[in-house]
Design a protein around this ligand. Structure first.
Ligand code: CU
Length: 183
């Protein structure tokens, strides 16, 4: 009956029920709006608050240096011949740790200690990538040209997978990294 004229003058002053529902909607909207600043102040998962402009090549140098200084073995267990993805265990006192994403891998495999606070640097060499830590509910965007620093303290030990959740061309579905947390 969309062609029929409404049988009431709907633009006349609102009746009691309508006013009540409008107030309910307004309160819900305000509540959701306030969640944003509250999550920022009290939430456990917040976006990086530090980010810097960085040239991809420059960032690659930082990652290479970090790997060189801290690598323990590659993913196949080789200690000397590091052809695979290196496993990096930050030395005692090293707070700044680096993760590089590029088509279609994450380097290195980070081996962290439970309960230790780190500054995780993330950037990309080529396209936008995603950092989704499984099976945890952590999800960030990795953008080329920016070094985004995330303060993290692992609370659980085990092996976790990093999945790229930003489509990055043909090999996107194979882009999986690993993060190890030891006791
Ligand atoms: Cu990707």
């Amino acid at each position: 009956m969309s062609l029929a004229t409404p049988d009431k003058n709907w633009w006349q002053p609102l009746d009691k029920d309508e006013k009540m529902w409008l107030k309910v909607c307004l309160l819900v909207a305000l509540g959701l709006f306030l969640m944003m600043p509250l999550f920022h102040l009290y939430g456990k998962q917040n976006p990086p608050t530090r980010s810097y402009r960085v040239e991809p090549a420059q960032y690659k140098e930082l990652v290479d240096k970090f790997i060189e200084e801290n690598a323990v073995r590659d993913e196949d267990g080789d200690i000397v011949d590091m052809e695979g993805i290196p496993v990096v265990e930050p030395k005692e006192g090293v707070k700044d740790i680096y993760l590089l994403s590029q088509k279609w891998m994450f380097t290195p495999i980070l081996k962290l200690k439970k309960g230790v606070e780190y500054q995780l640097h993330m950037s990309s060499l080529d396209l936008n990538h995603g950092f989704s830590l499984q099976p945890k509910n952590i999800n960030f965007q990795i953008v080329p040209g920016y070094d985004q620093v995330l303060k993290i303290t692992p609370r659980d030990s085990g092996e976790f997978y990093i999945i790229c959740n930003e489509y990055c061309e043909i090999g996107h579905h194979t882009m999986i990294g690993k993060l190890i947390v030891t006791e």
